[in-house]
Write a protein that binds this ligand. Structure first.
Ligand code: AMP
Ligand code: MN
Ligand code: MN
Ligand code: MN
Length: 290
């Protein structure tokens, strides 16, 4: 069984390690096929690919796009995208442009509960200023002693109904899927259990996602309990969707799964790489179909 990890972050977005170091860590941990999926940015792909080649890891171009859907934020992963596809590049540029304003709004909200200077504090943790996000605020709050670690911050701050939350409008679901598919990639709903959708709303989302040309559900992820992995494997099967897997690694000590440290798919899943024919990963996964 190949070690495949199709979801992780470098410091181009809210990961801790620069792309090359992230790939080195993946190689050390036995990953054989890796996708880098930074939030709303593809600027780390070239550096990551170069290190992947040096380490004989098969590299998949990826991205994790922030989407607003029915008043909620969803994350849609693009796998095997073309980073030169103009609508994708322009779309991501537009999403990133909103992050600076949202960061100011978050800082204002934190100030209301007596936490000053969080904007500068969050920017001190950012690799790329344009990708300022909630994780950078979370790291600032940990540093200031408001919580013991990043996970704990999100129980008390930065989420709907808690201090430091600022609503924001991201890309539409249809644009995100179009950019990904238009660039030759596959669209994957990241960590579907995280959205806490009821049965009917989930069904609507899957209807819409399939109609738009989406390919897969992320079934195996550090955000899911074993029961949730079973649950979404079942949905994938019912909808003829493929199943993806990824650690969602952000940094040593910050993530539930380290790179390449993933449980196997629940029985009956068809992996997202099943139809890969035209990329380097296909040669490694199934030499017979290339
Ligand atoms: P943003 O795209 O700026 O809204 O930030 C979203 C990021 O915040 C996610 O990708 C995670 O890295 C982090 N995050 C959100 N919720 C949690 C949570 N409950 N625990 C840990 N990290 C979280
Ligand atoms: Mn993140
Ligand atoms: Mn995510
Ligand atoms: Mn992620």
């Amino acid at each position: 069984m190949l070690n495949i990890d199709l979801h992780c972050h470098s410091n181009i977005s809210d990961g801790v390690l620069p792309p090359a170091q992230l790939v080195e860590r993946a190689a050390m941990r036995g990953v054989e096929i890796l996708a880098l999926t930074d939030h709303d940015d593809i600027a780390g792909l070239a550096e990551a690919r170069q290190m992947a080649e040096a380490k004989s890891i098969t590299f998949i171009n990826g991205v994790e796009i922030s989407v607003s859907w029915r008043g909620r934020t969803l994350h849609i992963i693009g796998l095997d995208i073309d980073p030169a596809h103009a609508p994708l590049v322009e779309g991501l540029t537009a999403i990133r442009a909103g992050r600076a304003q949202r960061a100011e709004n978050i800082a204002l909200e934190l100030e209301k509960v007596g936490i000053p200077d969080s904007l500068a504090g969050a920017y001190a943790h950012v690799g790329e200023r344009r990708l300022i996000g909630r994780t950078h605020f979370a790291r600032f709050l940990v540093e200031q002693g408001y919580a013991k670690d990043v996970k704990s911050v999100f129980k008390k701050y930065l989420v709907k109904g808690k201090p430091g939350y600022a609503a924001h409008e991201w890309a539409s679901l249809s644009d995100a899927v179009d950019w990904i598919c238009g660039s030759g990639g596959q669209a994957v709903i990241a960590h579907p259990a995280r959205y806490d959708l009821g049965k009917n709303v989930l069904s609507d989302l899957l209807d819409e996602f399939c109609a738009l040309g989406g390919s897969a559900l992320e079934v195996v992820t550090s955000s899911h309990t074993p029961e949730q992995m079973q649950h979404f494997a079942h949905h994938a099967k019912n909808r003829n969707l493929l199943a993806s897997c990824g650690s969602d690694f952000h940094g040593p000590g910050e993530s539930y799964f380290d790179l390449g440290q993933l449980p196997e798919f629940p029985h009956g899943c068809t992996p997202v790489w099943h139809h890969w024919k035209n990329n380097m990963a296909a040669e490694r996964i199934n030499p017979l179909i290339t």
